[in-house]
Design a binder for this molecule. Structure first.
Ligand SMILES: Cc1ncc(COP(=O)(O)O)c(C=O)c1O
Length: 400
């Protein structure tokens, strides 16, 4: 008997979502590499350093000790306590949720709090996942352009103008992916001044790159303690401790919000991996010298990257103050032509040109909400970085 073919139709909330361009580029680079092509991947958002040995040892010990059963939905009590302790400011374990990466913390928060028609304000450029997570939660992202000339940062005037009765969240990310912008405490004070007038708005402060700051790091919670009840601080071990694959992040917020997020988490993952949580606990409570040591290495790579890219005709590369990305403008090369006489056209075509002709993978600015730029990650070995930069120099010089 033949079966009628039933077409799959996507839900309304996921109809507009595709695979992120960042993932597409990274996977294309990985595939070409596996096929034997000589590709330098400067596209991925993860440190090249290894997970520290003592962290791996703690995971091994936890597995051998039988920490292999369902974890408490909110996270291991010792880990929640360590996170609350680091946060200070009277935070208790009840203010903490441990999730499967910082990404899931934000996802839980949006799913737990947003209704159709609600709005979330984002500074563009910003991490492309924010927009998609808001969309999945049936709400609307409101992206405010924060160009290079203003340091890629949101101003209080911009914020105030964008607020409507449906605004539910302001999403701040400092240090920023992709721009590396770091807000000062004074800049947070100025934004907080506006937010005090709109009690319906909560603030997500994504601080996942906290330990990768080249300037003094300010946390929104510390800068505006009177807004602590409305602030969800997001952090995790992925970037600081080179633990992207372990998938542990956390949120710190008011107990009502954390409770609502727990309801979502309880019906999606049942909590984060117990062994990875033991590893995260070891990362947080073990020696922290590696953080400063790695920041020094990254600063050196940043300086080298900025110096070489900014020297290129048509590229403007401001120095990021944190994270491990540069987000240069490539507007000056978009009117040029490749060796076949074809115009480059836009940032996506520029990145494709580099991948196809120079074997370098970088990400266009478009998925971050700012076309005309590209994101290059310098979280790779010195050898790869130098070779990648040399190839970009040669490819840009070859455009007419
Ligand atoms: C700004 C930002 N927040 C959150 C995340 C996700 O972190 P995690 O790996 O803990 O889910 C990323 C990862 O790229 C990021 O760039």
């Amino acid at each position: 008997m033949t079966q009628a073919h039933i077409c799959f139709s996507r839900s309304r909330r996921t109809a507009s979502l595709g695979l992120s361009e960042i993932v597409v580029i990274s996977e294309t680079a990985a595939r070409r590499r596996a096929e034997g092509c000589d590709i330098i991947a400067l596209s991925t958002g993860e440190p090249d350093f290894p997970t520290p040995d003592h962290v791996i040892a703690a995971a091994h010990a936890a597995a051998l000790a039988g920490q292999t059963r369902y974890p408490p939905t909110a996270g291991l009590p010792q880990l929640r306590a360590a996170i609350a302790d680091r946060a200070g400011d009277g935070m208790e374990p009840a203010n903490v949720i441990v999730s499967t990466g910082a990404k899931q913390v934000i996802f839980n928060a949006f799913l737990a709090s947003l209704d159709p028609g609600d709005e979330v304000i984002l500074a563009a450029p910003s991490w492309s996942s924010y927009r998609d997570m808001v969309t999945i939660a049936d709400a609307s992202p409101v992206e405010l352009p924060c160009p290079m000339i203003t340091g890629f940062k949101l101003t209080p005037q911009q914020l105030e103008k964008a607020i409507t009765p449906r605004t539910r969240w302001l999403l701040l990310n400092s240090p920023s992916n992709p721009s590396g912008a770091v807000y000062t405490a004074e800049e947070f004070h100025a934004l907080a001044e506006v937010l005090r007038r709109y009690p319906q708005i909560r603030i997500v402060s994504d601080e996942i790159y906290e330990h990768l700051s080249f300037e003094t790091f300010a946390s929104f919670r510390d800068a505006a303690p009177d807004l602590a009840e409305r602030t969800l601080t997001v952090n995790g071990v992925s970037k600081a401790y080179s633990m992207t694959g372990w998938r542990i992040g956390w949120g710190i917020g008011s107990t009502d919000l954390i409770g609502a997020m727990l309801a979502v988490q309880g019906q999606s993952t049942s909590g984060a991996c117990s062994i990875a949580q033991a590893a995260a606990l070891a990362a947080l409570t073990g020696g922290q010298d590696l953080l400063a040591h790695r920041a020094v290495i990254l600063r050196e790579r940043r300086d080298r990257t900025v110096g070489r890219l900014d020297a290129l005709n048509g590229i403007v590369c401001p120095a990021p103050q944190g994270a491990f990305y540069v987000f240069p403008s490539c507007a000056g090369v978009l009117s040029r032509r490749n060796s076949d006489g074809e115009p480059i056209g836009d940032d996506a075509a520029f990145c494709r040109h580099l991948l196809d002709n120079a074997g370098v993978a970088i990400v266009p600015g478009r998925p971050f909400g700012m076309p005309g730029h590209f994101r290059l990650s310098f979280a790779c070995s010195d050898v790869e970085l130098d070779e990648g930069l040399s190839r970009i120099e040669k490819a840009v010089a070859g455009l007419n």
